[in-house]
Design a protein around this ligand. Structure first.
Ligand SMILES: NC(=O)c1ccc[n+]([C@@H]2O[C@H](COP(=O)([O-])OP(=O)(O)OC[C@H]3O[C@@H](n4cnc5c(N)ncnc54)[C@H](O)[C@@H]3O)[C@@H](O)[C@H]2O)c1
Length: 271
């Protein structure tokens, strides 16, 4: 994989302390990017930045909640002061949420929405004025296969990831006047990270059982592989980046079967 696109570029990754974000950060450091790593977890984001610097890369660790607009404005300001501008923003921070419509109350929907949609919106709004000045700007938002199809048991998370998709598509259209900036929406299927274990859950949901099931049945792609596909897709300016056979299948059945995709999906999975 050639990540030459990123050499010398200022690249911000939210949720860079673990999982896919961490894998992207390490590769960006190796590719010669000026990496700005944002995470709520101070210890983990500091560790990743240290790893990059130990390998002679450039990295700035920022402790921030990506869904906090004021803090993200500060992070954008610090980034510009340190590196002179911003070229690439990867809104990767997000939290899984277990629970369907019946189990989840309004507060659950708001929580899942803030953790996923809110994080993409606050971060994008903070960095956008800087990215439009870049010669080769990029903004990428992490949706999910749950941003392509809706299945039982995950309505708040699914609604939030569909919102990320809608936000990203609207942003792409809005930025037509800035041909120097490409906007990507990323749809991972199951990726083997710790996301299942740090997930939020509605009251009464057995989160441990849900996490075990996620690890056993859903998480198939390695996070390093996911990171490579995402970074490649962003560099090439792809509008949609699908990760894993499960995401590709979800995308295909939603297109082919329209409103009947759930039935088709169950047939394919059983078949
Ligand atoms: N792992 C999967 O199977 C999968 C599938 C589809 C989509 N995704 C999406 O990919 C993204 C990354 O997932 P992952 O599996 O690497 O997750 P992860 O849980 O392994 O890592 C997420 C990192 O983001 C940080 N974080 C969470 N909320 C934050 C916030 N508001 N501000 C700053 N940092 C925050 C966490 O501290 C953690 O370091 C998420 O948006 C997730 O929804 C993951």
């Amino acid at each position: 994989m050639d990540l030459g696109f990123y050499a010398g570029q200022v690249v911000v990754v939210t949720g860079a302390g673990a999982g896919i974000g961490r894998e992207m950060a390490v590769r960006l450091g190796r590719a010669g990017a000026k990496a700005v790593l944002v995470d709520v977890d101070e210890g983990r984001v500091g560790e990743v930045a240290g790893e990059i610097r130990d390998a002679s890369g450039r990295a700035l660790a920022m402790v921030a909640d990506a869904a906090d607009p004021d803090r993200m404005n500060e992070v954008a300001g610090e980034t510009v002061r340190e590196f002179g501008g911003v070229d690439v923003l990867i809104n990767n921070a997000g939290r899984l949420f277990y629970g369907g419509v019946a189990e989840s109350d309004m507060a659950d929907f708001e929580t899942a929405m803030r953790a996923n949609f809110g994080a993409a919106v606050a971060s994008t709004r903070a960095f956008l004025p800087h990215i439009v000045k870049s010669e080769r700007g990029r903004i990428a938002n992490l949706s999910s296969a749950y941003g392509l199809i809706g299945l039982a048991g995950a309505a708040p998370y699914t609604a939030a990831k569909f919102a990320v998709r809608g936000f990203t598509e609207s942003l792409r259209s809005e930025l037509r006047t800035h041909p120097n900036v490409a906007v990507s929406c990323v749809y991972p299927g199951g990726v083997k990270t710790g996301i299942a274990w740090s997930a939020l859950a509605a009251a009464g949901i057995d989160a441990r059982r849900a996490a075990e099931r996620f690890d056993r049945q859903v998480a198939r792609t390695q996070p390093g592989r996911a990171a490579e596909i995402i970074l490649n897709g962003i560099a090439r300016g792809h509008s949609r980046v699908l990760i894993g056979a499960d995401a590709i299948l979800a995308d295909a059945v939603a297109r082919v079967a329209g409103g009947q995709y759930e039935r088709l999906l169950r047939l394919v999975i059983r078949g």
